[in-house]
Design a binder for this molecule. Sequence first.
Ligand code: PRP
Ligand code: URA
Length: 209
Amino acid sequence: MNRVIVAEHPLIQHKLTLMRMKDTGSKDFRELLTEITMLMGYEVTKDLPLSEIEIETPVVKTKSKVLSGKKLAIVPILRAGIGMVDGFISLIPAAKVGHIGLYRDPETCKPVEYYCKLPQDIGEREVLLVDPMLATGGSATAAIELLREKGAKNIRMINLVAAPEGIEEVHSKYPDVDIYVAAVDEKLNDHKYIIPGLGDAGDRLFGTK
Ligand code: PRP
Ligand code: URA
């Protein structure tokens, strides 16, 4: 309950620093996010269950381990979450991908839903909910609520940067959702942006304003 797992690997921390720099352009930002996602994937998938199957190597028959638990679903929160899909798909190519479209209203900073398409068997899958930024936690809790309504039981949230306020908001409503992050930053500013953060992740990924 209330688990926050910070991925402190030096490669992740180095790449995150590059992403934070304001002069890092979209191409590098995208590539770095994919690389960090793959590195975080190692931690996120560390406890997936295994079973043994019989196989034949070129030399002998033997038993060897394969993944045996629930199938996975990767669910990005649009838009910025899209930047974390390729990294996970390259690790887990059989995973299905759902999409939840939410944007923060610029006036209220509350999430507005505009799209939701999830695998039909989402209730049978382990869900990896991905979004680079966890700020107020409004988007994350709205996404978790949607997933729960559609039957998802096991949800892990993976963010790049989180504010303490966002973590508190998610865990006050969903203490069973483990949160994996590369960094927990200091706070939110008056516009509900993460400080120091990295700015608007969606804009930086896609080169829009
Ligand atoms: C960003 C980010 C999260 C949300 C976090 O998306 O990718 O989804 O803000 O903020 P919150 O924790 O306060 O809800 P944004 O609304 O900017 O949409 P975008 O991904 O389309 O740019
Ligand atoms: N969304 C972002 O992209 N960045 C923030 O700092 C907060 C919300």
